[in-house]
Design a protein around this ligand. Structure first.
Ligand code: 4NP
Length: 150
């Protein structure tokens, strides 16, 4: 079983999509992968995903139902095999929190993107088109990640 944690800032827009899409694809491909997500900040702790993320996921047959935002914890660095930062700021924050000798591999999510590298742009303050762009990026990158695990 490979355990993967997606991390963004608020854990309501980008990382819930990572969690939902990876879980969905792993089930489809019958791969033993567990997905979760968290935020570097606690502003939205306890909240459901942003409705714009849930809507774009639903449009593609992916459910984010039951997800609730939470902040990253120290034990995440032991519980997960792979921690994926959605952008460079998230990666910096995670590196600063990472306990010494932590087990988890910590990388930027789009290092697995076959169509490019860089950040998953924060869609929070933009229009709904931003969520479509993020979904496409998350989906192709999750597929490439799973192909590497197979
Ligand atoms: P996320 O998006 O990091 O993809 O969940 C954001 C959500 C909330 C805020 C910023 C980004 N915020 O400032 O409240």
């Amino acid at each position: 079983m490979t355990r993967v944690l997606f991390v963004c800032l608020g854990n309501i827009c980008r990382s819930p999509l990572g969690e939902g899409v990876l879980r969905h694809l792993a089930r489809e491909l019958e791969l033993a992968v567990e997905a979760d997500s968290a935020g570097t900040a606690a502003y939205h702790a306890g909240e459901a995903p942003d409705p714009r993320s849930s809507a774009v996921a639903a449009k593609h047959g992916v459910s984010l139902a039951g997800q609730r935002a939470r902040q990253v914890r120290a034990d995440d660095f032991e519980r997960f095999d792979l921690i994926l930062a959605m952008d460079a700021a998230n990666l910096r924050d995670l590196r600063a929190r990472r306990p010494k000798d932590a087990r988890a591999k910590l990388v930027r999510f789009r290092s697995y993107d076959p169509e490019g590298d860089g950040d998953v742009p924060d869609p929070y303050y933009g229009g709904p088109g931003g969520f479509d762009e993020v979904f496409a990026m998350v989906e192709r990158t999750c597929r490439a990640l799973l192909a590497g695990l197979e």
